[in-house]
Ligand binder design. Structure first.
Ligand SMILES: Cc1cc2nc3c(=O)[nH]c(=O)nc-3n(C[C@H](O)[C@H](O)[C@H](O)COP(=O)(O)OP(=O)(O)OC[C@H]3O[C@@H](n4cnc5c(N)ncnc54)[C@H](O)[C@@H]3O)c2cc1C
Length: 377
């Protein structure tokens, strides 16, 4: 059986970062994929949105103290310095988000170089972990032994590129609680009431959603399945059940646009024409001069400001960027990332019950976790 001092399960963001920190130790990485960093590769539209100008607890769902402790161990500026020092060009886009200049490969190459001397066992799906004096990591092909074990195997999103529930299985087997998981940063499917939205597939507009005390003004994208886009992905992180209110005119009141003029409604509202047409059909108002609108018409148009939307569900793990929920952080030491139940067992990254908003927050989380690992002597 191959034996190491430290084994990392998962060659994704958190696993690669922690491997690069301990590259001089007797260490190995195991991953089920044929290549490392498959999620980094497809992230941020192929350019990896690695972090954000502003990173704080407010951008995350999870235990406040735990999140703050981990984030301060490796801030966004420290991450940017780490990458820039290794020749990775990072650019600011969309006001606050940091991306690779050309391609996510730039970050992957940084890690390839960092871990070039570490044994990596690819195409090795870990199926369970047992423990006697040491950890025994059972993969589908062979077993490995290690004194310390770092679980960096992520959540359930995108099973087609390697996601498995192994982190949760290992955590449960060693006595940890795993809080209910669900897809997040994901689009919503629509109820029959909102099928009019399906006619708008491909249209994007700026709107506002308020959910669970959070307010987002971003782009909403209509798709053939329902609604998506940055606004909806962020809302999905905080939405649990019930209705959401969408404001399709986030920059003004209806009155601001509908004056007593002879222009058609479709000519005065700052919304795509196709959207207005379908919306008017849906609420039963004819496209007419604003001066001709009845009181009842105006009441119906007010739905543009407070459209009640009840998601039927979401697009599921195959489309979700992240997994909400996960290993309860109450039994993880935020200063070392070690289990408080089992010595020398560590959990980092998305497998923990901490989930970030869209905008680079989930990679920042993965990297800050990796930097927080303290393996002692
Ligand atoms: C399409 C998409 C786009 C995204 N874009 C962004 C973005 O731009 N910015 C951002 O901040 N976040 C983004 N995310 C989220 C981000 O990718 C994750 O939050 C982050 O990768 C989590 O890091 P991790 O190390 O915890 O897990 P991962 O990066 O998922 O790595 C886990 C690794 O463990 C391996 N593994 C799993 N099970 C096993 C097993 N049984 N045996 C062996 N190996 C196993 C997997 O193959 C994988 O390589 C995106 C996610 C998706 C799906």
């Amino acid at each position: 059986m191959k034996s190491f001092d430290i084994i990392i399960v998962g060659a994704g963001a958190s696993g690669l970062m922690v491997a690069s920190r301990f590259k001089d130790k007797n260490i190995a990485i195991i991953d089920t994929n044929p290549k490392i960093a498959q999620k980094i590769k497809i992230s941020g539209g192929g350019k990896c949105n690695v972090t954000n100008i502003e990173v704080s607890y407010n951008n995350y769902l999870g235990d406040k103290e735990f999140v703050e402790n981990v984030l301060k161990n490796f801030t966004q500026n420290e991450l940017l310095t780490f990458l820039k020092d290794r020749g990775c060009e990072i650019v600011l886009k969309k006001d606050k988000q940091y991306f690779c200049k050309n391609s996510a490969d730039e970050i992957i190459n940084v890690f390839k170089d960092e871990i070039k001397n570490i044994p990596i066992f690819l195409n090795q799906k870990v199926i369970k972990v047992t423990k006697d004096e040491h950890f025994i990591i059972h993969s589908e092909k062979e077993n490995f032994k290690s004194k310390k074990l770092i679980i960096a195997s992520g959540g359930l999103s995108y099973p087609k590129i390697g996601a498995t529930p192994i982190a949760y299985d290992i955590a449960k087997n060693f006595g940890h609680n795993v809080n209910t998981t669900s897809p997040a940063l994901v689009g919503f499917t629509v109820q029959p009431d909102q099928f009019w939205m399906k006619e708008l597939s491909g249209i994007s507009l700026k709107a506002k959603i308020e959910v669970a005390g959070k307010s987002f003004i971003q782009d909403l994208l209509f798709t053939h399945k329902g609604i998506s886009g940055p606004l909806v992905l962020n809302a999905s992180l905080y939405w649990k059940k019930g209705t959401l209110e969408i404001d399709f005119l986030p920059e003004g009141s209806l009155k601001k646009y509908i004056k007593n003029s002879n222009k058609l409604i479709s000519g005065v509202l700052p919304l795509p024409k196709r959207f207005i047409k379908e919306f008017l059909n849906h609420v039963g108002v004819v496209d007419k001069a604003a001066s001709k609108l009845s009181k009842e018409d105006l009441e119906k148009l007010e739905f543009l400001k407070n459209y009640i939307f009840a998601p039927a569900g979401n697009f599921g793990y195959s489309k979700a960027e992240v997994t909400r929920g996960g290993i309860d952080t109450a039994k993880i030491d935020s200063l070392t990332m070690m289990s408080k139940i089992v010595n020398n067992l560590y959990f980092i990254g998305e497998c923990l019950d901490v989930t970030g908003e869209l905008g680079g927050y989930n990679f920042q989380w993965a990297f800050s976790c990796a930097w927080s690992v303290d393996i002692g002597e």
